[in-house]
Design a protein around this ligand. Structure first.
Ligand code: G1P
Ligand code: ZN
Length: 543
């Protein structure tokens, strides 16, 4: 076995976005593409000699090949140890957990989250630092800079490691441990939640369905729900990870998890339904006869978290992304704790969590999590819900009705226009940005505009600033529309329109969301002319 230095030439498109480098699988399969990017990561890290790296992915097509390359390059670059999940699997939150639990130097996660997989699907590579969270912009920018000037990479010519056998292999001086991907994570969950209480609830006849969407949470859900918590076999469906996610989008929304939604709304619904995405960081929560929006779920979890042992001491603060509804703000106010409004993307929560300013965080895009790791965590949200249900012994529907009766209800919806023409989407946003000043004070569709701006954030911990994070139009009646372009798409542009309206009238807490928002949707169209400018007559996905 020898280590070689191989000459290469830069690719100019290796700029990491909100969630690492994400491209079509075919792009990653080009010769030297993975090698260049991984070398650019390694070249951006100091003092890596002899250190420990965690590697794993969501099991999508090309996962194993990329992992073999990364292992051989870790050997070529002087790392001491690589921990890799059996079968090449590690969910994103479990990778974060392993990095923290084993005090690793960092980790590389292979995933394109909820995007489809396969040779014609998407792939991604992301670097996480020693706090278990996504690399901050300072590092991702350094990686991009290195990728544009790279001339060589270092790699061992050792044979492939058997990823399916738990055990230890030497790769040119690098020690590779293939580990159980669920062990550390299960231990962490058992510390946070009252497994005995949840087990008793299942024993007493409580039933749920967890849809792992043929993705990475299957093994975790089997081990935790059906194993440790004693839920009946068959509770977890689509629980075997497959490289193309069974041909589906592993996106736990009402379109791609329609079967689960229909079951939960029908006569044979179990007590609780949940799903997670490709890499296990998102969650979908549906009670019998009720879909809980991620914004409401964040608020309800925050209001009830003290019922789980890991949060019995109360929360330090709550953080939410700007487009997420203000439901959690009302809980924070009632609890007398801080509420932090951050730009879209989990990385903005990292400093608040590290500084002990926030305990629970969430995004409207089905991401919820806490300071137990530095990624959002799908199964964590499911387990916190189960813990709350086990203590309160009430159906989800009743818990939400009581929540709204206490705090009022933030009716909320997101309308996505996917794969629209990028030039049209950009000019729509730019042009609207230019009109923000003139919008303030105007009456549109019967609503007065109180304020219109482009969200800018100053991190309260390190003082760094992020501008142009989404257009907000706030109305006199407390309702709001937000418009931003997605930073995670791989084809065309995705325009996201977020709509929110607060209701405190006890007689108006149980209405149809789209009906309550219809008039606000019309106002948004009058302001931004999305339909006219994109040539679409309806959103692709309504959540
Ligand atoms: C989307 C979500 C955002 C999330 C990100 C990564 O980003 O909106 O909340 O953090 O995926 O999972 P977007 O495509 O909107 O930029
Ligand atoms: Zn994800």
């Amino acid at each position: 076995m020898t280590i070689a230095t191989i000459q290469t030439e830069p690719f100019q498109d290796q700029k990491p976005g909100t969630s690492g480098l994400r491209k079509k699988t075919q792009v990653f399969m080009q010769e030297r593409y993975v090698e260049n990017f991984v070398q650019a990561i390694f070249d951006s890290l100091d003092d890596k000699q002899g250190k420990m790296l965690v590697v794993g992915g969501d099991g999508r097509y090309f996962n194993r090949e990329a992992i073999q390359t990364i292992i051989k390059m870790a050997a070529g670059n002087g790392f001491g140890t690589v921990l890799v999940g059996q079968g090449g699997l590690l969910s994103t939150p479990a990778a974060s957990c392993v990095i923290r639990a084993r005090k690793a130097y960092g980790g590389i996660i292979l995933s394109a989250s909820h995007n489809p997989g396969g040779p014609d699907g998407d792939f991604g590579i992301k670097y996480n630092t020693d706090n278990g969270g996504p690399a901050p912009e300072k590092i991702t920018e350094a990686i991009f800079a290195k990728s544009t000037t790279i001339t060589a990479y270092r790699i061992s010519d050792a044979p492939d490691v058997d990823l399916d056998q738990i055990g230890t292999t030497d790769v040119d001086g690098l020690t590779v441990h293939v580990i159980d991907p669920a062990e550390d994570y299960l231990g962490l969950m058992a510390n946070l939640f009252d497994f005995d209480k949840i087990r008793e609830m299942f024993q007493a006849g409580f039933r749920m369905r967890f849809d792992a969407m043929h993705a990475v949470t299957g093994p975790y859900a089997h081990a935790i729900l059906e194993g440790a918590l004693g839920a009946p076999a068959g509770t977890v469906v689509n629980g075997t990870p497959s490289p193309d996610f069974g041909g589906h989008h592993p996106d736990p929304n009402l379109v791609h998890a329609k079967e689960l939604h229909d079951l939960m709304m029908g006569p044979d619904a179990p007590d609780f339904g949940a799903a997670s995405d490709g890499d296990g960081d998102r969650n979908l929560i549906i009670g019998k006869g009720i879909f809980v929006t991620p914004s409401d779920s964040l608020a309800a979890l925050a209001a009830n978290a003290h019922l789980a042992k890991g949060y019995a001491g109360g929360l330090k603060g709550i953080a939410r992304s700007m487009p997420t509804s203000g439901a959690a703000d009302r809980v924070a106010e009632a609890l007398g704790i801080g509420l932090y409004e951050t730009p879209t993307g989990w990385k903005f929560f990292g400093n608040l969590l590290d500084a002990g300013m926030a305990t629970i965080c969430g995004e409207e895009s089905a991401g919820t999590g806490s300071d137990h790791v530095r990624e959002k965590d799908g199964l964590w949200a499911v387990l916190l819900w189960l813990n709350i249900l086990a203590v309160r012994q009430q159906p989800v529907k009743q818990i939400m009705a009581e929540h709204w009766a206490t705090y009022g209800r933030n009716y909320y919806s997101r309308h996505d226009y996917e794969e629209v023409d990028a030039a049209a989407a950009n000019s729509l946003v730019d042009e609207l940005r230019g009109r923000l000043c003139e919008l303030a004070g105007r009456i549109i569709n019967g609503r007065g505009v109180a304020r219109a701006d482009d969200f800018a954030y100053k991190d309260p911990v390190d003082g760094s600033t992020s501008a142009k994070q989404g257009i907000r139009i706030l109305f006199d009646d407390g309702s709001r529309i937000v418009l931003r372009l997605s930073g995670t798409g791989t084809a065309g542009a995705t325009l996201r329109l977020y709509l929110e309206r607060f209701e405190a009238d006890p007689a108006r807490l149980d209405l149809d969301t789209q009906e309550v928002l219809a008039d606000l949707i019309e106002t948004a169209e009058q302001i931004a002319a999305i339909k006219a400018r994109t040539g679409r007559d309806a959103p692709t996905v309504i959540t």
